[in-house]
Design a protein around this ligand. Structure first.
Ligand code: 1HE
Length: 265
């Protein structure tokens, strides 16, 4: 049997690939377990990870055949109550120690969109489309979409996608902040790796703060948000931060270059 999720380490970057292209990378229990293992491994040995789908689609969401088998009692429910598997694994991505870059193409739908939205920076190519077809399948989102997708695209857009089944194209995805970069067909993974390499140049400490403090502050009041920001910005700075501050003060830091119009660097 081939691996349901592939894992590769390229220097500081872990490459994690959903690998059921014949089923459009639909997520079954086996995929979730393999994804958890890959994410935990990346936490241990990488500074940043890229999540992508093998084949022409990122992910067709929940494995509907498995869902049907579960609904008809062919698959037994877990013996003990526990945190919903998908929530646990997607939160390991969204609120773990390292940033994730999502590389998206083809179908990014249902649970596939929920998974994509757990990554921190998202790139798609021009073949991508985004949707929440749960309404058409008689089910509801279950991979954190009510929280994560709704906060990014807003209630109006998510409501429309769920009620009418409207699919978004890459330009609409860009407009609604589903993605930040759109590439020509077949180039999303390359762009994601390039961005990951850039992210890996930050200190791990700052990357951790960015991905862990920002979403929590979003959940807080103005006052508590500023307090949490203060706690983090006043933390004891690691020696690496001191070296970087000195680099700038000594005129040795790489200059910031303003983007030209239309530039998506
Ligand atoms: C699948 C799945 C799947 C494909 N579960 N097997 N997700 C959806 O409602 C999307 C369902 N999928 C589709 O609409 C289409 O497959 C795609 C638009 C993604 C791709 O179309 P296409 O023409 O390239 O492929 P296909 O011929 O439809 O499918 C190829 C195979 O993949 C076929 O299996 P085969 O054995 O007949 O070859 C399909 O059955 C299989 N396949 N998608 C199972 N999703 C925790 S809450 C989250 C809730 C949700 O995610 S709801 C959204 C579910």
């Amino acid at each position: 049997m081939t691996d349901l999720v592939t894992y590769e380490l390229d220097g500081p970057i872990a490459l994690i690939g959903l690998n059921r292209p014949d089923k459009r990378n639909a997520i079954n229990d086996g995929v979730i377990d393999a994804l958890r293992a890959a994410v935990l491994r990346a936490h241990e040995e990488a500074d940043v990870a890229v999540l992508f789908g093998h084949g022409h689609n990122f992910c067709a969401g929940l494995d509907l055949a498995e869902a049907l088998a579960r609904a008809t009692g062919q698959i037994k429910p877990p013996r003990k109550r526990r945190r919903h598997n998908w929530h646990e694994v997607f939160d390991l991505i969204a609120r773990g120690p390292i940033p994730f870059v999502g590389a998206l193409q083809g179908a990014v739908v249902g649970g596939g969109l929920e998974l994509a939205m757990a990554t921190h920076v998202r790139v798609c190519d021009e073949s991508a489309f985004f949707g929440l077809p749960e309404g058409q399948r008689g089910i509801f989102v279950g991979g954190g979409g009510t929280v994560r997708i709704q906060r990014v695209v807003g209630t109006t857009v998510m409501m429309d996608m769920m009620l009418t089944g409207r699919l978004l194209n890459p330009a609409e995805g860009l407009q609604e902040h589903v993605v930040r970069y759109v590439t020509p067909a077949g180039e999303a993974l390359g762009k994601a790796r390039e961005l990951a390499a850039r992210i890996a140049q930050n200190t791990p400490e700052t990357n951790w703060m960015i991905i862990n403090v920002l979403p929590r502050v979003q959940d807080l009041s103005h006052d508590d948000g500023l307090f949490l920001e203060q706690l983090n910005s006043n933390r004891q700075r690691p020696p690496e931060a001191e070296a970087r501050l000195r680099e700038f003060v000594d005129g040795k830091a790489k200059p910031l270059v303003a983007p030209k119009p239309g530039d998506t660097r």
